[in-house]
Design a protein around this ligand. Sequence first.
Ligand SMILES: Nc1nc2c(ncn2[C@@H]2O[C@H](COP(=O)(O)OP(=O)(O)OP(=O)(O)O)[C@@H](O)[C@H]2O)c(=O)[nH]1
Ligand SMILES: [Mg+2]
Length: 695
Amino acid sequence: MVEEFSLEKTRNIGIIAHIDAGKTTVSERILYYTGKKHKIGEVHEGQAEMDWMTQERERGVTITSAATTVFWTPQGGEKTRINLIDTPGHIDFTAEVQRSLRVLDGGVVVFDGVAGVEPQSETVYHQAEKFKVPLIAFINKMDRMGANFYTDIDSIHERLTTHAYPIQLPIGAESDFKGIIDLFHRKAFIYLDEMGKEIKEEEIPTDLKNQAEKFRHNLIEAIVEHDEKLMSEYLAGQEPEISELKKVLRQLVIQGKMMPILCGSALKNKGVQLLLDAICEYLPSPLEVPPVEGFVPGSEEKQIKHADFKEPLAALAFKIATDPYVGRLCYLRVYSGILKAGSYILNATTKNKERVGRIVQMHANQRQEIQEIRAGDIAAIVGIKNTTTGDTICDPDHPIILESIEFPEPVISVAIEPKSKPDQEKMGLAISKLTEEDPTFKVRTDEETGQTIISGMGELHLEIIVDRLNREFNVNANVGQPRVAYKETIDSLIESEGKYIHQSGGRGQYGHCWLRLEPLERGKGFEFVDEIKGGVIPREYIPAIKKGIIEAMDSGVLAGYPLVDMRVAVYDGSFHEVDSSEAAFKVAASRAVRDGVQRANPILLEPIMKVEVVVPEKFLGEVIGDLNSRRAQVQGTKNRGQIKLIDAFVPLGEMFGYTTALRSVTEGRGSSTMEFSHYAPVPRNIQENIIGNKK
Ligand SMILES: Nc1nc2c(ncn2[C@@H]2O[C@H](COP(=O)(O)OP(=O)(O)OP(=O)(O)O)[C@@H](O)[C@H]2O)c(=O)[nH]1
Ligand SMILES: [Mg+2]
């Protein structure tokens, strides 16, 4: 039986950062110091418990976020239960970060003590901001050669927020990194043993006293500014009680107005206990975050749900995983009420009623059976069939739909061909399981070539999928070269008639509709509008018309890429008492779309990537020249010491092989990162080429 915990003493937190900042290493230390594990597993030795997938262990990279639950009693505080999610840093797995942030109450953003704020840490920081997830910062790797706490702080101020204040300072750096100063209490903690368990508390070293006083002063001034009572004490020359200052800081963190900065070295076992203290001290409990909002299904009526066991159940499914032992696992964050094993629930998104089988608490890929999940908690249910990521699970008598989770569109694709007939069968099943798990993994059939095309967020993402198909699902397949996932859209408004009429003897076919196709803003996807009045087309055929439109949009007229960013309205048509059918209207609508798109100035869209290149100054000219030849729009350059940062937007199609090219131009000293930004029209001449190649 899992201990019951008051909500006040519960934390739901995520660890987020740029790739390789040390998130998993920090998580492993958390498992160790909280006593969940007695031995530390290292990422680079393929032993980290939170990186449990074979592919993660082989590559030393986190791919899927892993959850666990630990207990920690902070200095001078009460035992607290922490639900922790370790997220991946690689941009290809950004969906894992997004879905985690959507259900978490707080986060720790980890920085590399040498590199400071890196592009992906900027991205996750802004995602956290968007989901209103308060953060504390942990500057890790203080033991590494070149680690510099103070330039890291500058980079946080410059790139993320000026409202970030250290509450600790490091003692020494690089191989001399010895301990940590607690600014509030004016204390130094010196780590004596390798495992970081013997800690000596002492005076701040003399040579750091001035520095510590300066930062302490800044911290306190920043805090009292937000509290009138403390401010007047402070102005009267009296320093407020530390407990009072911490209380205000806690509120500021929770409101997203301030980010405390801590430091340490996870690998060398320094600073993690203090980080755990800070998680309990400054990050919110489920009671301290705004209640979740939703609406009553089928209406616009808003509803809020408080973190309260007594309210009706409301929960969000944020992750589906296939477990080799128990089958389909559905991870839930319960916002209100209690979900009990064996009870009946409503999936308000799909309107399905289902019975909850077993409930399990997850620790990486291990499960512990529990009887219920309470408001404010995270756990998984086993054996639920018709629920996917983003669905709301609720009390059948009190339906509510919570805001779903939005995911980015896949930008890269490969053709995949099973080697034999049995492989073909297995592949279909495997792909449908994988698409259930991963909302950024899509599959479609190319109408012209008949090939199966899988798309994802990047080359690594697809490589991992193909590897899983092979090893987990035993599918042997040939895989093509990665290609850009283009899209098609229209550039002008058009009206289009679609007919499917056969009336020669016996029961005929009669479907007839008029559609208006209209371009939508980039990224808006597809909108369907029903403008039929006076029953020119009977109600029951409208869903079939919508289906026909969606089917036709699967494959555009230029080169067979999916059509997006279109509003389609059905505004007229006719029907026949006997001969009309859903099938006939579906075909009519598909025809109207195909014909209309031809005349509506179809254009090809390509993914544009936000690229950051880091190079030593002397290569700047050459690197920019090379970027320009790749149709880049260089946004600007910045200095970081002797190093230059170049920001640019570059079409994905021009970025294949860039890492290698950059390395050869910069004698191996340049590096780059990219992430998807938006879709934009392909220039005419290049469009011709792409279409030509496809054909
Ligand atoms: N020197 C030093 N190395 C560290 C420290 N923390 C982590 N590392 C190393 O950095 C590498 C990456 O660490 P991970 O913990 O896998 O980083 P991550 O942020 O989880 O990476 P992804 O999940 O792939 O984004 C590993 O080789 C770690 O051993 C540290 O404090 N000091
Ligand atoms: Mg990791």
